[in-house]
Design a protein around this ligand. Structure first.
Ligand SMILES: [Zn+2]
Length: 160
């Protein structure tokens, strides 16, 4: 099992999570590497926990199936559960966002494409369509009369 963890400075917002439902799946984008030959996939790959793909030879299904062009070995990955929300803490702490099982491949980097959700800490204002791809996000919370932000994002993928 592997886990994607996030460490980030959240000001005025909490409960940061990918906008990921069956009706509107989130596509988790990664750089992927074959563990047999260490070849890295030339393109980033996107994985949804709601999409299943057949593995060859009746080995079942996985969210992501990849046949390495270099060594021809097939590998797969599956997201184990719904993502966990990142809670605002002071100082920021590393928190697990997503857990996945990888067979024959490793995700080496997470690229935070897609839309994220969060809430105002005291105001409970709902923020949607948060874009983290630039590495920071700024908004104004009308109810709290204050600026809110997400900064210093650090993504890690570790063996869980
Ligand atoms: Zn390979």
């Amino acid at each position: 099992m592997f886990a994607l963890t996030l460490t980030a400075e959240l000001a005025g917002v909490t409960n940061l999570r990918p906008d990921d439902t069956e009706g509107s799946p989130f596509w988790y984008t990664f750089k992927v590497q074959c563990t047999s030959c260490r070849e890295t996939h030339p393109n980033n790959v996107s994985v949804s926990r709601f999409e299943m793909n057949e593995m060859s030879g009746s080995r079942g299904e996985a969210n992501f199936v990849w046949k390495c062009k270099n060594c021809k070995r097939e590998s797969s990955a599956t997201i184990m559960a719904a993502p966990k929300a990142y809670e605002q803490t002071e100082p920021p702490k590393a928190q697990k966002i997503l857990e996945f099982d990888c067979r024959g491949l490793e995700f080496t980097e997470f690229i935070p494409d897609g839309e994220w959700l969060a809430e105002g800490v005291d105001s409970n204002t709902k923020f949607t369509a948060i874009d983290l791809s630039e590495g920071e996000w700024f908004e104004y919370d009308e109810k709290a009369n204050d600026e809110v932000s997400i900064k210093e994002l650090k993504w890690d993928i570790n063996r869980a």
